[in-house]
Design a protein around this ligand. Structure first.
Ligand code: HEC
Ligand code: HEC
Ligand code: HEC
Ligand code: HEC
Ligand code: HEC
Ligand code: HEC
Ligand code: HEC
Ligand code: HEC
Ligand code: HEC
Length: 420
């Protein structure tokens, strides 16, 4: 169908649509399509008319004929006249071009919302979905209305929209977690389940942080294409730029590409990305390095060295923190030392990122900078506690002296009384 539209027909359609939009905005016109369909028994014929009241296009003044054609001023079935451009229910293969009549027309869309992109159809055509629809008329893949619905389309920012960040995963999952539908493609169906265990999903739901990724942030809104290997680093790097820069410079980046190992996802997974922890380093339980390295090779030895560097920085920092807190609780003034200890905590965060360079020197430099601060804070804590002990000793001594003086005084008084 896409190819059957000639450029002239498309232009004519656009001109028609533009004119219609103008008059629709200008005045409330008679709309026989809506009136008649709303009056039909509930079901496939009436539902579109009821649903459409809340559609973003209705809000802009577009009516049924914007997509279906026909003549909305004619009373009776003759409104659905093919000679007046009525197309009936569009076939699935026709839908991208139908939406694209407006959405791919920058000139037209600018008049409604200049910020809106106009590449949806172009991007969709490059996607696995678009290719399968175009080439095989595959009824299982997603077209515009599977992701957006057809008569209750909402802006992506609207929480009721199927493509709102909180709803996208379930929407993609309607197909991708459906093993019957996905069976012919031999695609796994665990993406939704895995994703919903991830730190990213947790940030979106519990954390209310809509900047954490859901399906379309990694796969593209409309270019959902089979991801290539080098692409994985790029996709994670959109948000984790520091890790991506270090990793891309590292030896792993090159060898993983040769091994066909998927960059970041090799160690963090793609859908079930979990919070990182120190156990991932070294060669012990929970280590990701041990999947490929042993203590016999330089990579394994480095893994162990990284782990002990991080452990020593973490433990020294924790100990310094505990000492300073004890001193503070006992009333000693250590706020400056506690403040400076933040530097060691920052260094720890930096070391955990620097790990992605897989470079011993870089990790050592960062660790030593942190250790210097932590050791200093540790000794400030010890000093404060020693000071405290000294003061307590002094207090005990003065109490003993005072008590002795009082006893002496009492005895003296008694002696004087007896004498008198
Ligand atoms: C007088 C009532 C009436 C009017 C006016 C009317 N329709 Fe219909 N429409 C129907 C009925 C009844 C059907 C189902 C029977 C059929 O397919 O002809 C239908 C079917 C449809 C279908 C589904 C076609 C299919 O076969 O799946 C579409 C789409 C549609 N109408 C759109 C429109 C549009 C757009 C307009 C206005 C230009 C319009 N209708 C005006 C009554 C009406
Ligand atoms: C933004 C474009 C658009 C607008 C506006 C629109 N439709 Fe549709 N309509 C579609 C598409 C696309 C389909 C094809 C079915 C699908 O993918 O859900 C469709 C399908 C239908 C069907 C067939 C439903 C079925 O399940 O067989 C009817 C009836 C219909 N539309 C009526 C209407 C009426 C009445 C209006 C106005 C109130 C309207 N449509 C406005 C795009 C639109
Ligand atoms: C696989 C699902 C999917 C398909 C297929 C799809 N979309 Fe989208 N679309 C999305 C998602 C997800 C967003 C939300 C992006 C966001 O959060 O900003 C979106 C956003 C949009 C927007 C808002 C502007 C933008 O680009 O972010 C428009 C307009 C749009 N889509 C039109 C279309 C059209 C037209 C088609 C058919 C050619 C289509 N979409 C096909 C999922 C899809
Ligand atoms: C007659 C022209 C026209 C047609 C046909 C059309 N749209 Fe739209 N669409 C618009 C305009 C104009 C807007 C409003 C832009 C705005 O105000 O943000 C819009 C808004 C949208 C939005 C909300 C964008 C946002 O703000 O996030 C989505 C999604 C969308 N359309 C999808 C579709 C889909 C899917 C189809 C095909 C079934 C389609 N449109 C057909 C003109 C059209
Ligand atoms: C209407 C069902 C449907 C919906 C909704 C849907 N998909 Fe798909 N998707 C498919 C089918 C079927 C395939 C397999 C196509 C093929 O291989 O030819 C596919 C293929 C893919 C692929 C390519 C997989 C590969 O490696 O070959 C990706 C990536 C993808 N979809 C992501 C998404 C995302 C992200 C969403 C939501 C924004 C989504 N899909 C929504 C049905 C759907
Ligand atoms: C944090 C980024 C990210 C998110 C979020 C994400 N994906 Fe993926 N997805 C990937 C990467 C990376 C791959 C490729 C993995 C590889 O090559 O091993 C992939 C692969 C896929 C594939 C191909 C088959 C497979 O499992 O390898 C499908 C289908 C898919 N994702 C769908 C989805 C759906 C549906 C969602 C939402 C529920 C989603 N993805 C969320 C990054 C993501
Ligand atoms: C759209 C932005 C975005 C994308 C794309 C993204 N992430 Fe995230 N990621 C976040 C946010 C936001 C958080 C939670 C805040 C934080 O800890 O940085 C997070 C958290 C994480 C964490 C846990 C960090 C911790 O503190 O333990 C890991 C690991 C992670 N992401 C890895 C990845 C991987 C691997 C990819 C690619 C497959 C990826 N991310 C893609 C935004 C993103
Ligand atoms: C060879 C394995 C490996 C690869 C590849 C890898 N990471 Fe990591 N990543 C780790 C380890 C190990 C940690 C945990 C360090 C720690 O907590 O001690 C980590 C931690 C993280 C964290 C959390 C850092 C923090 O502040 O606690 C994020 C985010 C992250 N990685 C993102 C990425 C991204 C993005 C990529 C790809 C550019 C990537 N990783 C590639 C092993 C890897
Ligand atoms: C998917 C397998 C894989 C994983 C997982 C992995 N590596 Fe590697 N690593 C390699 C390969 C392959 C090489 C290249 C060996 C060579 O060049 O001889 C390498 C090289 C290295 C090197 C450079 C060694 C040298 O010869 O100078 C270091 C350091 C290293 N890895 C550390 C780590 C650490 C630390 C982890 C865990 C966070 C890790 N690797 C996880 C496969 C892996």
């Amino acid at each position: 169908m896409r190819r059957r539209f000639s450029a002239a027909v498309i232009l004519a359609c656009i001109a028609m649509t533009v004119g219609q939009a103008d008059s629709a905005l200008a005045q409330e016109q008679q709309d026989t399509c809506l009136t008649c369909h709303r009056a039909l028994p509930a079901g496939r014929l009436a539902d579109p008319a009821t649903l459409y009241a809340e559609d973003v296009h209705a809000a802009e003044g577009f009516r049924c004929i914007a997509c279906h054609g026909g003549d909305a001023t004619v009373v009776g079935p003759a409104a659905m006249d093919p000679d007046k451009g009525y197309i009936g229910t569009p076939e699935r293969q026709q839908i991208p071009a139908l939406c694209g009549r407006c959405h791919s027309n920058a000139e037209f869309m600018k008049r409604f919302n200049p910020a809106l992109r106009v590449d949806q159809v172009a991007e969709y055509e490059t996607s696995a979905h678009g290719q399968a629809l175009r080439e095989n008329d595959d009824p299982n893949v997603a077209t515009c209305t599977d992701c957006h619905q057809s008569h209750s389309i909402k802006a992506a920012s609207d929480p009721r929209s199927t493509v709102h960040p909180l709803n996208v995963a379930e929407m993609c999952g309607d197909c991708h977690a459906d093993s019957t539908r996905m069976e012919p493609y031999r695609l796994p169906t665990n993406q939704l389940d895995d994703y919903q265990t991830s730190v990213h999903w947790q940030m979106i739901t519990d954390g209310g942080d809509l900047s954490a990724p859901t399906c379309n942030d990694c796969h593209g809104n409309h270019g959902a294409a089979p991801p290539g290997v080098s692409w994985v680093g790029n996709v994670c790097g959109q948000c984790h730029a520091m890790m991506a820069d270090l990793f891309n410079e590292s030896r792993h980046s090159r060898v993983f590409a040769l091994l066909g190992s998927p960059g970041c996802a090799t160690c963090h997974n793609n859908h079930d990305v979990h919070p990182a922890n120190d156990d991932m380093l070294g060669l012990g339980e929970g280590s990701v390095c041990a999947r490929c390295h042993t203590d016999e090779d330089p990579g394994g030895q480095t893994a162990v060295a990284f782990r002990s560097a991080i452990d020593s920085l973490r433990m020294t920092t924790e100990e310094a923190h505990a000492l300073l807190l004890r001193a503070e609780n006992a009333g000693m003034e250590v706020s400056q030392a506690l403040f400076e200890l933040n530097g060691a905590e920052d260094a720890l965060i930096k070391v955990r990122a620097t790990v992605h360079s897989f470079d011993v020197d870089a990790v050592t430099t960062e660790t030593e900078a942190g250790l210097e601060i932590a050791v200093e804070a540790q000794s400030r804590g010890r000093e404060a506690l020693a000071d405290l002990r000294f003061r307590r000793l002094g207090l005990v001594a003065s109490v003993v002296i005072i008590v002795a003086l009082i006893i002496g005084l009492v005895m003296k008084i008694r002696e004087i009384e007896h004498g008198a």
